[in-house]
Design a protein around this ligand. Structure first.
Ligand code: HEC
Length: 442
């Protein structure tokens, strides 16, 4: 290991150079079996294995060898594994980014001619329990109807509404989403839409959710739903319940003593992002839920930071939208899921504490619409009542943005990917148990 450390340091130094011509240091050889396979098994093969969404397997030397140069490029550029947050800000429970050392090791391996190494050192292939529920046997499973994913072309985001037919509210302690055709499912987001009567809705409005948005989201303007969401007849999607972007295992386990309330009559809305593979697939994605009869000490609440009043001018290269959310109670923030569309390029979140202290809590310098990444705090962030979260999002509506569908367009809020959003889903716990008890009776 002693010499490997030296190798890694040398390679690291070379990465910083403009042109790392020969990152292979004298002496030690970085090999697949000894050094690279363990990194791939930790960080790549959840997606890069047969039957999954990534284009090639990286399980064996034979699989990986032809891709060595592309792999080097993608890891040095931090495009793979997909993880868009600035590593200098925050600690994330689901961080899948590579350490500088791992990147240097992969680069040194590719630069050294991508040798196999000693077969005896090859670690065992990782086991994936694809045929089982990682959350244990669920108490309820809901599935979308079989959907034919065409072999070619682009499939618009597709929405399915699945009624739960729950006759009473249930506390959910674990969630798992399992794609039926993982090779063709890029991501799934399942939201829970409570079906409330106008009276119930009114009663609900009187419950203080522990935060407020400091502005009118869409003054005087109705949200226009795109044809996909119009399938939902303007009733919206509800709150995120649990999802899987490719490679996440699709599992959400709530901390002991916490649970999420699924109200009676809730409809589950599945947002499906399919990517054709060249072959036809039939997908029947399912969600499994584990319930508890014991009311939790704390309820998991959902919130959103959003701003819909904006017009991004044609060609604007760096258009900023910012807005605040204020917590009215002491809370623990669990996660942030930034969501903009094809013109979204950057996000930043700052906490402003009641004592005036400000702190950047998440920075996404290279936002990519393809990866809907939920950033889960390793240690839930304590925010005393009166704290604000200040969110900023940047948009590139110029022709230099390769994802931009139309640099000549004036862009407003909309569900379609050629319109824009400034939206962040989040969830939190309210510290005061009494507050949680009030809400259990809702
Ligand atoms: C979350 C799933 C996921 C993980 C984890 C992941 N990849 Fe990928 N990778 C993909 C997908 C999907 C693509 C196809 C292109 C895209 O969608 O961006 C891809 C593309 C690539 C490509 C480009 C292939 C081409 O056609 O040129 C390389 C190289 C690559 N990945 C290497 C890696 C390596 C190395 C790791 C681990 C260090 C890794 N990936 C981790 C999902 C993943």
């Amino acid at each position: 290991m002693r010499t490997v450390a030296a190798t890694v340091l040398t390679a690291l130094a070379l990465i910083a150079l403009p042109s790392p011509a020969a990152a292979q240091p004298a002496g030690e050889t970085v090999t697949f079996t000894e050094h690279v396979a363990p990194i791939f098994y930790e960080s790549c093969t959840t997606c890069h294995r047969p039957g999954q969404v990534a284009p090639m397997s990286l399980l064996t030397y034979e699989d990986a060898r032809p891709w060595a140069r592309a792999i080097r490029q993608k890891v040095v550029d931090r495009e793979m594994p997909p993880w868009d947050a600035d590593p200098a800000v925050g600690v994330w429970a689901n961080d899948r980014s590579l350490s500088d050392e791992a990147i240097a090791t992969i680069a040194a391996w590719a630069d050294g001619g991508a040798p196999r190494g000693d077969r005896a050192l090859q670690p065992p292939l990782p086991a994936y329990a694809d045929s089982e529920w990682a959350i244990g046997e669920p108490d309820a499973v809901f599935a979308i109807p079989p959907f034919d994913v065409p072999p070619e072309g682009t499939v618009d985001y597709t929405y399915f509404e699945v009624p739960t037919n729950l006759t009473e509210g249930r506390w959910v302690t674990a969630v798992q989403v399992r794609p039926g055709a993982p090779a063709a499912v890029h991501h799934v987001i399942v939201t829970a839409r409570a079906e409330r009567t106008p009276e119930e809705q009114e009663a609900r409005r009187r419950v203080d959710p522990g935060f407020r948005l400091d502005y009118d989201i869409l003054p005087g303007r109705e949200i226009e739903w795109n044809p996909g969401v119009a399938q939902l007849e303007g009733r919206g999607k509800g709150d995120p319940l649990g999802g899987t972007t490719v490679g996440n295992d699709g599992v959400a386990l709530f901390q002991p003593g916490t649970a999420r309330l699924l109200e009676a009559g809730t409809t589950l809305v599945f947002e499906m992002h399919y990517t054709p593979t060249g072959e036809p697939h039939v997908d029947e994605t399912r969600i499994g839920l584990v319930f508890t009869d014991t009311p939790p000490e704390r309820q998991v609440w959902d919130g959103a930071i959003m701003h819909g009043q904006f017009v991004i001018p044609p060609g604007a290269p760096d258009f900023k939208i910012e807005t605040d959310l204020t917590f009215t109670k002491d809370v623990k923030l669990l996660n942030l899921l930034p969501h903009s569309h094809l013109r979204g390029v950057r996000w930043e979140y700052e906490a402003e504490y009641p004592d005036g202290r400000r702190e950047t809590i998440l920075s996404v310098p290279d936002y990519d619409f393809n990866w809907q990444i939920d950033y889960i705090f390793d240690e839930p962030l304590a925010l005393p009542g009166g704290s604000k979260i200040h969110a900023s999002a940047w948009y590139d509506n110029s022709a230099a943005n390769r994802s931009n569908p139309d640099p000549t367009a004036e862009v407003r809020w909309g569900e379609q990917t050629d319109e824009e959003m400034m939206f962040t889903a989040l969830s939190y716990l309210i510290d005061d148990e009494a507050a949680a008890e009030t809400t259990q009776q809702q």
